[in-house]
Write a protein of this length. Structure first.
Length: 202
């Protein structure tokens, strides 16, 4: 499910204003990517896919953090950022390594509603469209044997199905299960001019 949060656009830095890191090639985004990038830039809404998972029992937070880092390292989409040039054209870039942070929060005795209320502004913060702002991860500890793992992926880099698969992969890695090789990047399967062209509709 996509959550559309309404926020102010009066910030000094608009989504997409931050340039790509030096030395990285600028790539033409797919039409669906470009739509969400420009919508994020031009409207007060936030287009993200938040997920929350209840975890009962003890958890190794360092091991979970390593599983999140492994997910991001495996999938280029989660290392993707976007920038907008002076002409208003959107471009995407992929960083070879991304600094991933599993933010750890302690809310002793909190109810599920209180956890959601605390997480909502963190998950729904307006992204600047750098990779770190498009995928956010949190671990909330309510009791020694009760936790909530949350993450939000922006619609420019994910959809509902891929978010579910990402969650499965994180916990498979956490359990030490072998993972299949990641799928090839789209430009390795479909030429970029095909990937950025949509069928004409009469």
């Amino acid at each position: 499910m996509t959550v559309h949060a309404r926020l102010s656009l009066t910030d000094a830095v608009r989504p997409g204003d931050i340039p790509a890191p030096d030395g990285l090639p600028l790539l033409v985004p797919a039409p669906t990517e470009e739509r969400y990038v420009l919508a994020e830039r031009m409207t007060p809404q936030v287009y993200t896919i938040p997920r929350l998972t209840r975890i009962e029992g003890r958890i190794d937070a360092d091991r979970l953090s390593a599983a999140v880092s492994a997910l991001v390292a495996r999938h280029a989409a989660l290392r993707t950022g976007f920038t907008v040039d002076r002409a208003g054209r959107a471009w995407k870039y992929i960083v070879p390594e991304a600094a991933v942070t599993l933010e750890r929060l302690s809310l002793p005795g909190a109810s599920l509603d209180e956890v959601n209320d605390h997480l909502r502004p963190l998950l729904m913060a307006k992204p600047d469209l750098t990779p770190a702002s498009l995928a956010r991860y949190h671990l909330v500890t309510v009791a020694p044997d009760l936790h909530y793992f949350s993450f939000s992926n922006h619609h420019s880099i994910s959809d509902g199905q891929s978010a579910r698969l990402a969650l499965d992969e994180i916990f498979a890695h956490y359990r030490g299960e072998p993972l299949a090789p990641p799928p090839p990047a789209i430009d390795e399967v479909i030429p970029q001019d095909w990937a950025t062209t949509e069928p004409c509709r009469a």
